[in-house]
Design a protein around this ligand. Structure first.
Ligand code: ASP
Length: 332
C-alpha cells in the first residue's frame, strides 16, 4: 500500500486545474497620420490631441487589466476618440462636398474572425458601436447608408444631429478646399488623415482591432475608403496580429494593407515590426500611398510605422510603459 498516495495523485492529476498561462496585455491607438510637422499645430491643439490619445489608451488598458476582452478595450478606446472633436471620426469628422457627415467604422475579433462594419452612415453618434452590433447581432459583415442607420436605430444606439458632429474647424476646412479647387477632387484631409483606431491583446491571448472615420474631406458620390473594409483598414487574427490603418484609403484597399501585414507574419514568419514596416515603408511608399498603421502581435509587441511626417498615436506596452507620440522623431 505504500504506492497508494502516488496512485491517488496520478488519478487526480487529469482533474487538477491546468495552469493558465496568462497572455501579456497591450494596447495601441491612433488618431491619424499625415503631414504633421512641428509648428503646424497650435500648442493648445497639440495638447488636446495628446490628452485625448492618452485618455483613450488608458481607458482601453484599464479594461484589459481588469480581465476584460480586447474587443471591449478597442471599442471603448475608439468611442473616446470618436467623441473627441480633434479627430476625423464621430464628432469632428470631415465633411462631404455637400457639408454633411458620412461615417465609416469596422471591428474584428481575432479569435473567431467575426467582423462588423458600417459605411456612409449618418447620425449614429458612435459608429464603432454600430459596427460591433453588425458583428454580434446580424448575420452580415457590412451595412451601408440608410440601412445601417435603421439597423442602429432598431438596436437603440444613440443618434446625434449636425450640431454634435460638425465643428467650425471642419466647416472652415471644407470652405477652404472648395474655394481653391474645382471641387472635382477629393481632398486628402488637408494633408493629413485623422481617422481613429485601436488594437489590443487581452489576458486570454485574444486580439482585436477597430477603426472609425469620416473618410476624406469634400468626398462625394458615396466614396468609401479603407477604414470599414475588413482586410484593408482593419484586421485581427489570433494566429498572427491585429492591425488598424490610417492614410489614403484607396491605396490601403488596393494593397489590402491590414491583412497583408497579418499574412506576412503568419505565412513568412516575419516579425510584426518587419511585416508592418515593409508594407508601410516599401510597398505603400513605392506607390505613393501615404499613411501608417498600429499593430500588436501575440506576444503583445506593438508596431506603429508610418511613412508620413507624423502619426497621432499612443500605446501601453506589455511592460506597462505608456508611449504617446505625434512626430517622427518621437518614434521608438
Ligand atoms: N483612411 C481614411 C479613408 O481613406 C482616411 C484617414 O485615415 O483619415 O477614408
Amino acid at each position: 500500500m505504500k504506492y497508494l498516495p502516488l496512485l491517488v495523485l496520478m488519478l487526480a492529476l487529469p482533474f487538477a486545474p491546468a495552469a493558465v498561462a496568462e497572455s501579456p496585455i497591450a494596447i495601441a491607438v491612433h488618431g491619424g497620420a499625415g503631414t504633421i510637422e512641428r509648428g503646424r499645430l497650435s500648442e493648445e491643439r497639440e495638447l488636446a490631441i495628446r490628452e485625448a490619445l492618452e485618455k483613450a489608451v488608458r481607458a482601453g488598458h484599464e479594461i484589459l487589466e481588469s480581465g476584460g476582452s480586447s474587443l471591449d478595450a478597442v471599442t471603448a478606446a475608439v468611442e473616446i476618440l470618436e467623441d473627441a472633436p480633434e479627430f476625423n471620426a464621430g464628432r469632428g469628422a470631415v465633411l462631404t462636398s455637400e457639408g454633411t457627415v458620412e461615417l465609416d467604422a469596422s471591428i474584428m475579433d481575432g479569435g473567431s474572425l467575426d467582423a462588423g462594419a458600417v459605411a456612409s452612415v449618418k447620425g449614429v453618434r458612435n459608429p464603432i458601436q454600430a459596427a460591433r452590433l453588425v458583428m454580434t447581432d446580424s448575420p452580415h459583415v457590412m451595412l451601408v447608408g440608410e440601412g445601417a442607420a435603421t439597423f442602429a436605430r432598431n438596436r437603440a444606439l444613440k443618434f446625434a444631429d449636425d450640431d454634435w458632429f460638425i465643428t467650425d474647424f471642419r466647416r472652415e476646412q471644407l470652405e477652404a478646399i472648395q474655394s481653391r479647387q474645382d471641387a472635382q477632387i477629393t481632398e486628402l484631409s488637408e494633408d493629413w488623415y485623422s481617422t481613429v483606431g485601436a488594437v489590443a491583446i487581452d489576458g486570454e491571448g485574444n486580439l482585436a482591432a477597430a477603426t472609425s472615420t469620416g473618410g476624406m474631406s469634400n468626398k462625394r458620390w458615396g466614396r468609401v475608403g479603407d477604414s470599414p473594409i475588413i482586410g484593408a483598414g482593419t484586421y485581427a487574427d489570433n494566429r498572427s496580429c491585429a492591425v488598424s490603418a490610417t492614410g489614403h484609403g484607396e491605396y490601403f484597399i488596393r494593397h489590402v494593407v491590414a491583412y497583408d501585414i497579418c499574412a506576412r507574419v503568419f505565412y513568412t514568419g516575419q516579425t510584426l515590426a518587419e511585416a508592418s514596416d515593409t508594407v508601410i515603408n516599401e510597398v505603400l511608399r513605392q506607390t505613393g500611398g501615404d499613411g501608417g498603421v498600429i499593430a500588436v502581435d501575440l506576444q503583445g509587441r506593438i508596431s506603429m510605422p508610418f511613412n508620413t511626417a507624423g502619426m497621432y498615436r499612443a500605446a501601453i506596452h506589455a511592460d506597462g510603459r505608456l508611449e504617446v507620440g505625434i512626430y517622427d522623431d518621437e518614434a521608438e
